[in-house]
Every structure is written in structure tokens, then in C-alpha cells.
Design a binder for this molecule. Structure first.
Ligand code: NAD
Length: 496
């Protein structure tokens, strides 16, 4: 199937003057048109109008729309998964997995639509009832990154829709086609639903400027933004300036601690998936491996051997484990980081360009493993590429200190069969990350838990648990059903 046929099967009319290139081979796979300030303004105005209608629709009925959307995703999983592979470069299994994640969050949101529970709180005043209610918030802007081009939007949008909000999506400029395809599937669900307001969900295409316009728009009470820490640092103050709320999901620099009692076979498999999977382009990719000195010599050579067996190739071909980097800049960033690591005393295995003859216009890289003399320099930053830095540690305390000794705080894990070590890692003095796993790699989170991280990762939480509360307005309401007017704190305020 050609890319034009694939897009047509998903209902995308790829028209416009901006070419979209596939990282698989650099070929143009479609065209899009960018929004203008006027068209962005009109979409926000429509989202405001849609919100006014949608917030009055009972939440379980709003859930019905998300249920229908989940059906569309199930029907179109193969096509959308393939488009994710083609446009973002992740292997087909992961493209399909991304759509599965969208289906899963639909199911979660449908259940949630009957569980937007508030509280009844004991009032200190006689004849009074106090309650806490969660009300729809308003239009939500969702700014997304290239590496999870559709799932992260779904984490946000499915929850926002059942919460009674309208959505405006600004996808990455590197992945506009998957966004248009997803919007087309949602529109199919909206048509079957029957009476959803126009403008309930829209897509705004453009570069960073389009995201900036949404961030600055005071008609949008919540901006959920996923991307680099650099982006969050620019966007956060713009939203805060107008007292908007931002939900930030930014860069990670995730570590694994391997202790002497670890099942090394399990650890090697986990490291491989977490460090080289998605060509190192997950926010939760394993970037720092902190290995206890007693197992360093048993683990690292096995790992190097496993790295040697990794298949690099087109993500659309069965058997490929590592696809391309998103673009030339990503490859150059990897080269620069490896050079910096070398000058810091790192010993590099792997790295460099792969398949340049087969794909001269694409950027495939050999995953690199770098043995570092200590945690320093380039290791403290996120390089969005398959580079794994390895550092020897002498104790769990040292491991935890290094794990926490970077500016980011997204995901972390420990491999151990010692219960005390495992518990210490997930206790108050252990990992400082939003995600802390035991005997599981740092990537591949399930949608049921709240996803996000601390420090420069931005502090936001999305997806499961009670993350839905970010998309709603908390209201405390007190009802006086007595004939008196007692004041709180026993205050007397009567005219004599
Ligand atoms: P990016 O920061 O370059 O772009 C992300 C999005 O922000 C794009 O849509 C872009 O157009 C927009 N944008 C850029 N500057 C902006 C500004 N000043 N105001 C408003 N919008 C702006 O990120 P990327 O290269 O697409 O994605 C990779 C990064 O995303 C990595 O750092 C990765 O760790 C991070 N990421 C984080 C998570 C998470 O959940 N924590 C998930 C996926 C990716």
C-alpha cells in the first residue's frame, strides 16, 4: 500500500504546501497546510462555544463518544499503527502498540465517565452540607511531541472529553499526518454519536509559534504540553503569566540500578528494550546504567554482545528492532554527545551511522554503550538517541544518589532480588522520580497509573489513577438547609 493509499484509507486528504517526510527513507509521504493566527483564533473560539454545550451533557453520555472512538480505533488499528511507523519511524510493533494504548485509554475513560466522584465533607455548622464537586474546566490545549504522536494526545483528550472539556491539539510539526488521521477517526465517532457540538475537537498545525499562540490564549484554562525541557521552560511562564494551568510532560534521563542479587538475564533483556527500543527516542528510554561493582564484569560484556545482535533496519520490516532517528539533527545530536562523552573519559562501543547507502536521506544510528569513569558532563542531559552510559557503583546508597543526581525526574528502576533493597528504592528516601520500578525497565508504562515526573520533567501527571482531576475545576459548595445563619469559626456578626 502506498502512503497516499494509507492516508486515504484513514480519511486524510493530505493537501497543502508543507511536505511531510518519513524518517524511514526521507521520502515525502504527504502534504499539509499550516494554520494561520486567524484560523487558530477561530478554532479556539469554536472550542469555547463547544465547551459551553458539552459541559451540560451528562458525563456517562460523554463517555459514549469516547467508547465510539475506541471502536473506530479498533477497526483502524493496523492502518493507524502503520502510519505511526511511517511518520515517526518506530517499529511496526510499537506503532501498533501505540494505537493499543489509545484503545486502552478509551476504555479507561469510558469507565471514568461514571466515576468522576466528589466528596461530601462534614460541615462544622448545624443544618449545613458541604460537598466537593468536580466541574468541567474549559477548552484544553494539547501540545504533543513527535515520539508518541498519537497516544499522548489520547491520554489527554479521552480524559478531557469525559470531563466535559473541548480540545485543541497542536501536534509535533514532525508528525502532522497521524494527528489528521486520528482527528478523522474521532470525527467518524462524533458523526455516529449524533449531537456533539461543532469544534469539540480540532487540530492546529504549525511550528512552535502555533503552540505559543495556544499557550498565551487566556480562553484556554489548561495547556497540556509534552516535549523537551527547553519547550517547557519557554511555555510554562507564558501560561503562568495569565494564571492558566499547565500540565508539563518534559524530558527524562532515566536510570537503572543493577545490584549483585539481580537476575542478570532478565536485566539484559530489560536494558536492551529500554535503551535501544524506539531507537532511544522515548521520554522513558534508559539512559544511565548504574551497575554494582560485583556484577559489572558479568553484566557489561553480555550487554555488549546483545547490542551486537540488535537488528537495525526499516521499522516496517518484520524482525527490525531499531528503526531510524527522526531526522538529521537527532543524529548530529547523538554524534555530539558521544564526542563529549569521549572527552570526559568515556569508552564508546557502537555509535555511528548505519544503512547510509540503502537510505541516504534517512538517519539510522548504531546504538551506543559508553562506559564512563563517573556520572558527569553530557550524562546529566537528555540526548534523544540510543546512548546508554554505564557507571560502576559500590553500594545501593551510591546508586540512589547518582540516580537522583540529575536535573530530570521521570522514570527509574532497580534490578535486585533483595527485598530490603527493593523497598528502599521505592521508599521516601529512594528514587525521586515519578516512576520507580523493581525488576522492570523504566519504559513502557501502563495507562492505569499516573504518568509523569518531577524536577525538570515538569511535575505533570497524565493517563490513569486520578490524573483526570487536572482536567476539571474543583468546587467546594456549602448548602444551608436550616433557618439560621451560623458563621464558620464561631464568628458573631449581628447588627444590634
Ligand atoms: P519539542 O520540545 O521539540 O516539541 C514538542 C512540541 O512543542 C511540538 O509540538 C512543538 O511544536 C512544540 N513547541 C516547541 N516550542 C514551543 C513553545 N515555545 N511553545 C509552545 N509549543 C512549543 O520535543 P520533540 O522533539 O517533539 O520530543 C522529544 C522530547 O519530548 C524529549 O525531550 C522527550 O523526553 C519529551 N517527551 C516527554 C514525554 C513525557 O511524557 N514526559 C513524552 C514524550 C516526549
Amino acid at each position: 500500500m502506498t502512503s497516499a493509499e494509507l492516508l486515504a484509507s484513514l480519511g486524510v486528504a493530505a493537501k497543502g504546501d508543507v511536505a511531510v517526510r518519513s524518517p524511514v527513507d526521507g521520502a515525502t509521504i504527504g502534504h499539509v497546510a499550516y494554520d494561520t493566527p486567524a484560523s487558530i483564533d477561530a478554532k479556539v473560539a469554536a472550542a469555547v462555544q463547544a465547551f459551553r454545550v458539552w459541559r451540560e451533557v451528562p458525563a456517562p453520555r460523554r463517555g459514549e463518544l469516547v467508547r465510539l472512538f475506541g471502536e473506530e480505533l479498533r477497526t483502524n488499528k493496523a492502518a493507524l499503527g502503520r502510519l505511526v511507523s511511517l511518520e515517526a519511524g518506530k517499529i511496526l510493533q510499537e506503532g501498533l502498540g501505540e494505537v493499543q494504548e489509545m484503545i486502552d485509554i478509551c476504555d479507561f475513560a469510558v469507565g471514568l465517565s461514571r466515576q468522576l466522584y466528589g466528596l461530601t465533607i462534614a460541615s462544622e455548622r448545624p443544618g449545613h452540607r458541604m460537598m466537593e464537586t468536580w466541574q468541567p474546566l474549559g477548552p484544553v490545549a494539547i501540545i504533543s511531541a513527535f515520539n508518541f504522536p498519537v497516544a499522548v494526545w489520547a491520554w489527554n483528550a479521552c480524559l478531557a472529553l469525559v470531563c466535559g472539556d473541548s480540545c485543541i491539539w497542536k501536534p509535533s510539526e514532525k508528525t502532522p499526518l497521524t494527528a489528521l488521521a486520528t482527528q478523522a477517526l474521532l470525527e467518524k465517532a462524533i458523526a455516529r454519536f449524533g449531537d456533539a457540538p461543532d469544534g469539540l475537537s480540532s487540530v492546529v498545525l504549525g511550528l512552535a509559534d502555533a503552540g505559543k499562540a495556544l499557550a498565551a490564549d487566556s480562553r484556554i484554562p489548561l495547556v497540556s504540553a509534552t516535549g523537551s525541557t527547553r519547550m517547557g521552560r519557554a511555555l510554562g511562564p507564558v501560561v503562568a503569566e495569565r494564571f492558566g494551568r499547565s500540565l508539563l510532560e518534559l524530558g527524562g534521563n532515566n536510570a537503572m540500578i543493577v545490584m549483585p542479587s539481580a537476575d542478570l538475564e532478565l536485566a539484559v533483556r530489560a536494558i536492551l528494550f529500554a535503551a535501544v527500543g524506539t531507537a532511544g527516542q522515548r521520554c522513558t528510554t534508559l539512559r544511565r546504567l548504574l551497575v554494582h561493582k560485583d556484577v559489572y564484569d558479568a553484566l557489561v560484556p553480555r550487554l555488549k554482545a546483545a547490542y551486537g545482535r540488535v537488528t537495525i533496519g526499516s521499522p516496517l520490516e518484520a524482525g527490525t528492532l531499531v528503526g531510524p532517528l527522526i531526522d538529521k539533527a537527532a543524529f548530529e545530536g547523538m554524534e555530539k554527545a558521544l564526542a563529549a562523552a569521549k572527552s570526559d573519559g568515556g569508552v564508546v562501543s557502537g555509535g555511528g551511522r548505519a544503512l547510509s547507502e540503502t537510505y541516504p536521506d534517512a538517519f539510522y544510528a548504531k546504538p551506543a554503550l559508553v562506559e564512563m569513569p563517573g556520572q558527569q558532563g553530557v550524562m546529566l542531559h537528555e540526548t534523544f538517541a540510543p546512548i546508554l552510559y554505564v557507571v560502576k557503583i559500590a553500594s545501593l546508597e551510591e546508586g540512589i544518589a547518582l540516580q537522583n543526581g540529575v536535573p530530570q525526574g521521570l522514570s527509574s528502576c532497580i534490578f535486585t532480588r533483595d527485598m530490603q533493597e527493593a523497598e528502599r528504592f521505592v521508599a521516601a528516601g529512594g528514587s525521586d522520580c515519578g516512576i520507580a520500578n523493581v525488576n522492570i525497565g523504566p519504559s513502557g508504562a501502563e495507562i492505569g497509573g499516573a504518568f509523569g515526573g518531577e524536577k525538570e520533567t515538569g511535575g505533570g501527571r497524565e493517563s490513569g489513577s486520578d490524573s483526570w482531576k487536572a482536567y476539571m475545576r474543583r468546587q467546594t459548595a456549602t448548602v444551608n438547609y436550616s433557618n439560621a445563619l451560623p458563621l464558620a469559626q464561631g464568628i458573631k456578626f449581628d447588627v444590634v
